[in-house]
Design a protein around this ligand. Sequence first.
Ligand SMILES: Nc1ncnc2c1ncn2[C@@H]1O[C@H](COP(=O)(O)OP(=O)(O)O)[C@@H](O)[C@H]1O
Ligand SMILES: [Mg+2]
Length: 257
Amino acid sequence: MSEIVRIENLHKSFDKLDVLKGIDLSVSAGETIVLLGSSGSGKSTMLRCVNFMEVPSDGRIYLHGDLIGSEQNGRMNYRESELCTLRTRIGMVFQHFNLFPHMTVEQNVMEGQLTVLKRSQTEARDKARAQLERVGLADKALEYPARLSGGQKQRVAIARALAMDPDVMLFDEVTSALDPELVGEVLKTMRQLAEEGMTMLVVTHELGFAYHVANRVLFLSDGAILEQGEPQQVLKAPKTKRMREFLDGHSLFKLPD
Ligand SMILES: Nc1ncnc2c1ncn2[C@@H]1O[C@H](COP(=O)(O)OP(=O)(O)O)[C@@H](O)[C@H]1O
Ligand SMILES: [Mg+2]
């Protein structure tokens, strides 16, 4: 299967703090990978390096086999124009949805298409409508965000990212700030995307989602991948004490027998 993203020996430090200590990962087309780990283990930093919101301290990232940046004297150089183009190909959804309050739902989903991709109004509107339909919010196109629930806002944020036709979608704890009764509708939307064949890297504490939807689960500990494999194996038969302790801390979730 074709490789969408390859990460080689990714390091990221902030001053003297080494946050990522050599991550290697290959993501194939259509794969859903769930990234688990305790708070502070480096999950967000890893996603932010993949779309270059943070510039890696060392290592290489490839998209569709193309190396991002260029190498000079053993160091990677990145041009801002290249990174801007790259970011349009990688969709990201965060815990906080940051919709524009003065724009309708539809205008929110059109905005990036108009300003970044320079699509026409008609094309952007058609695409926005199609993506809102996809996340089950076609009937909310002309509402303002203030009239939506947290779960609906998060689904608009997902539609906004999808409207850019990304090669891969990154999700960073997108259900963590939601009231418990709203989590399910967002997870259902993400599950549907996975089933449609979207390539996804998902940071979440929802072990049920990891178990039922992920093709692969990674457990990040102290800036390195400590365990990885199929969800059934990693979640049911963790090899390390760290991973067992992490799972014990999520004991509310009962794995199927
Ligand atoms: N911009 C930054 N400047 C300094 N330290 C940072 C920055 N971003 C993250 N960190 C630190 O990196 C570590 C990992 O953070 P993060 O990637 O957010 O972890 P996680 O998402 O797994 O909770 C933490 O110790 C955090 O304080
Ligand atoms: Mg985080």
